[in-house]
Design a binder for this molecule. Structure first.
Ligand code: GDP
Ligand code: GDP
Length: 436
């Protein structure tokens, strides 16, 4: 399940994010209308010669109130902690700087393979300057021009040569879920409570990196895998409390999950970063449960406080209207016992398949109740619908002209499908296609 992780490190302005975008390429696609999702990524998928990997730009993990040297050191440590292979980037124009040496020394002491990229080698005359970088003690320097895409292939050849042998983990059919959320919302408290005495912990599976450890357990007769348990429990380093690091960790956990628990803190309400994190889970098409933790801290809580909070969530996370909400307390364990069952239900909804005949009955009834719209005298015709995928459930609707099916009518059909079949917790995708 887990792909190898490649982290990009280096002092500011050497071209880390340019290289990151180059390697991630078109795979960076962000649904524009998901609120809270910014375009600047620090985590993405890469692929080279059929090998898939996750890519982290540690330069995006800023600790703004820290001196530069601390930031550079922390970023190098993130790379060492997270990655299977590290790409250190330097700038051919400036030669070897003190900051480069500082980074190299930290990497040198770790046992992670490092590939050295000498960036901004935009023309052949620069090539002779590349040899100076042998002095960093990190082996052969690879000349690249991230802006022009030159040399990146050779660099990636060197990167994938260093992937661990066991990189392709065998798939298992347990329910993979993760807890994501801002620092201090109570993720590790929930993990501890969920993995408490009454659960049989089957095993801890070491992933491709030291720190990505998944925990297997059984509950209600089903087998679960809690993704990246160690990452949740790990605490203490400076960068672990930064928002960008929380975001990066979340994206990684989302990647490996079927169902994602988005944890909110009732005491603090909803923050911008909550929306960011939830936006990524939505975009990834995963099953989602919204878990409001620290419910014990709300004074005089009753049905009304719960309804108010629910309304607030629905308003702030409009694109997550399908996600169930549960109010819990890791401290008092209130309602935690319900979580495995909920995860299981959402998982089953994510994998639900609807027979075409039944689906088409629903679609035709929907059209009868609310006829298709016309644009400029041309009426939308819907011929046939069929489910083509699960996780998330994806439906293709064949029509006379896809442009005639506006967002609002697609939304209407989605709602009718949701009313007919229980898809709570999972996004569903509708693809409109012209019938040939
Ligand atoms: P980061 O701070 O290490 O992430 O660096 P950026 O990716 O933001 O790049 C810093 C500057 O270097 C930007 O102005 C880039 O356009 C420029 N840059 C990045 N790669 C190259 C390259 O291959 N050639 C040249 N000439 N400029 C580059
Ligand atoms: P994480 O960073 O999301 O993993 O958060 P932690 O699990 O480390 O919790 C952060 C703080 O919130 C700790 O001091 C916990 O004791 C506290 N906390 C966690 N869950 C609850 C809860 O349900 N109620 C209360 N009152 N405090 C909680």
């Amino acid at each position: 399940m887990a792909n190898p992780i490649v982290a990009i490190v280096g002092r500011p302005n050497v071209g880390k994010s340019t290289l990151f975008n180059r390697v991630a390429g078109e795979r960076i696609s962000i649904v524009e209308d998901t609120p809270g999702v910014t375009r600047d990524r620090i985590y993405a998928h890469g692929e080279w010669l059929g090998k898939h990997f996750s890519l982290i730009d540690t330069g995006g993990i800023e600790m703004s109130d820290q001196p530069l040297s601390t930031q550079i050191r922390e970023q190098a440590e993130v790379a060492i902690d997270e990655a299977d292979v590290i790409v250190m980037v330097v700038d051919v124009r400036s030669g070897v700087t003190d900051a480069d040496e500082q980074v190299a020394q930290i990497l040198y002491r770790s046992d992670k393979p490092v590939v050295l990229a000498v960036n901004k080698v935009d023309n052949p005359e620069r090539r002779s300057d590349v040899y100076d970088f042998y002095s960093l003690g990190l082996g052969e320097p690879y000349p690249v021009s991230s802006v022009h895409g030159v040399g990146v292939g050779d660099l990636l050849d060197a990167v994938i040569k260093n992937f661990p042998e066991n990189a392709a983990n065998e798939e298992d059919d347990t329910i993979h879920f993760s807890l994501i959320g801002r620092p201090n919302v109570g993720k590790s408290s929930i993990v501890n409570a969920m993995l408490g005495e009454d659960r049989v912990i089957v095993s801890n599976i070491a992933g491709t990196t030291r720190d990505a450890i998944d925990t297997h357990f059984k509950a209600d007769g089903r087998e679960f895998t809690m993704v990246d348990t160690a990452g949740i429990k790990k605490k203490g380093k400076l960068y672990e409390n930064t928002e960008r690091y929380a975001l990066m960790r979340s994206m990684r956990a989302i990647d490996g999950s079927d169902v994602v628990l988005v944890v909110l803190n009732a005491e603090e309400g909803i923050r911008e970063l909550d929306k960011h994190i939830a936006g990524y889970a939505h975009e990834a098409g995963k099953g989602i449960i919204i878990v409001v933790n620290k419910w014990d801290t709300i004074p005089d809580r009753d049905q009304r406080t719960m309804t108010d909070f629910t309304n607030l969530i629905r308003q702030e996370f409009q694109y997550l209207s399908y996600a169930p909400i549960i109010f819990v307390s890791a401290k008092t364990r209130q309602r935690l016992i319900k979580l495995p069952k909920m995860i299981e239900e959402v998982y089953d909804h994510c994998r639900r398949r609807i027979q075409s005949s039944v689906l088409n009955d629903v679609i035709m009834d929907a059209i009868a109740a609310n006829p298709t719209p016309s644009t400029n005298g041309r009426r939308l015709r819907v011929y046939y619908a069929t489910q083509v995928a699960i996780e998330p459930p994806t439906f293709v609707i064949f029509v006379n002209d896809p442009d005639l099916m506006h967002f609002s009518y697609a939304r209407y059909l989605e709602n009718q499908i949701r009313q007919a079949f229980d898809f709570s917790g999972t996004p569903i995708h509708l693809i409109k296609r012209k019938r040939k």
